[in-house]
Ligand binder design. Structure first.
Ligand SMILES: [Zn+2]
Length: 258
């Protein structure tokens, strides 16, 4: 019996298909209950060298600051290499539909949008869109594995500054630091804790350093050395999508996609 299961598992792996053909995609919206209760993280093979693509539309200074923010998260996980450095400078992507950032390219990017999406609040300064699959469903090892994520910054309605002392524009690195936390699977911290992952942030005051709580959260999220994966790579594995929006009032929430 045990042998049969092993053979079946190997066959499932061999014939597993990760085809992203839209017609075959089993795409669903985020399950808030799962998100609240399960660990959300990249798989072991991805997290150790995650390629972060940064749009060439950001100025040189902005690109350098975005890399600095990625390095802050990287430094918080000393036993991992979270991001691949140097990061990739890529052409900006302007897709009309949000899901096309997943369906039409394989990059995990930070992009500018000049024509904001009709199905997301126009008050969103930036969004992190992520796609995940549910692993080990029904076992004690259940978790949500991120398979794709992008950060898109709203340059249609907002201006951003690279100067931490400005009080007239939103501090771009602070916004990116928070969004990168989401891209890595972090959720919000509760209450008034000192954290860049607070659900409500002062978006005019620069906050470019992680707090001990943030470092602890990322360490917990990726603390397990290797995650078991009992999930056969089925042709029609359900993929869930979440979009988190940081609004101009400093509140961050899951988007109700219209
Ligand atoms: Zn947030």
């Amino acid at each position: 019996m045990r042998m049969t299961i092993v053979v079946f598992y190997i066959i499932a792996l061999l014939f597993g298909c990760k085809n992203q053909d839209t017609a075959k995609l089993n795409l669903g919206n985020i399950d808030p209950h799962d998100l609240a209760n399960l660990n959300l993280r990249w798989g072991d093979s991805r997290i150790r060298n995650l390629s972060l693509a940064i749009s060439e539309d950001f100025t040189y200074e902005e690109q350098e600051l975005i890399k600095d923010m990625a390095l802050k998260w990287d430094a918080a996980l000393p036993t991992y290499k979270v991001f691949k450095f140097p990061t990739d400078e890529v052409e900006n992507k302007l897709y009309e539909k949000l899901e096309d950032y997943f369906l039409k390219d394989k990059e995990f990017g930070v992009y500018k949008a000049y024509d904001w999406f009709t199905n997301v609040s126009h008050r969103a300064l930036a969004i992190t869109q992520f796609f995940y699959v549910k692993k080990n469903d029904g076992t004690p090892f259940e978790y949500l594995e991120i398979i794709h994520a992008d950060i898109i910054v709203n340059f249609e309605y907002f201006s951003f500054s690279a100067d931490p002392d400005t009080r007239f524009h939103y501090d771009l690195p602070s916004v990116i630091l928070h969004e990168l936390g989401h891209l890595l699977g972090l959720k919000h911290t509760g209450g008034s804790a000192d954290s860049v992952m607070a659900p409500s942030m002062s978006i005019f005051a620069a906050q470019r350093e992680l707090y001990p709580l943030d470092q602890a959260m990322i360490a917990i999220n990726y603390g397990q050395e290797y995650l078991p994966d009992f999930t056969p790579q089925g042709k029609n594995e359900k993929i869930y999508r979440g979009v988190i929006e940081l609004t101009d009032g400093g509140h961050c929430r899951i988007s109700r996609l219209r």
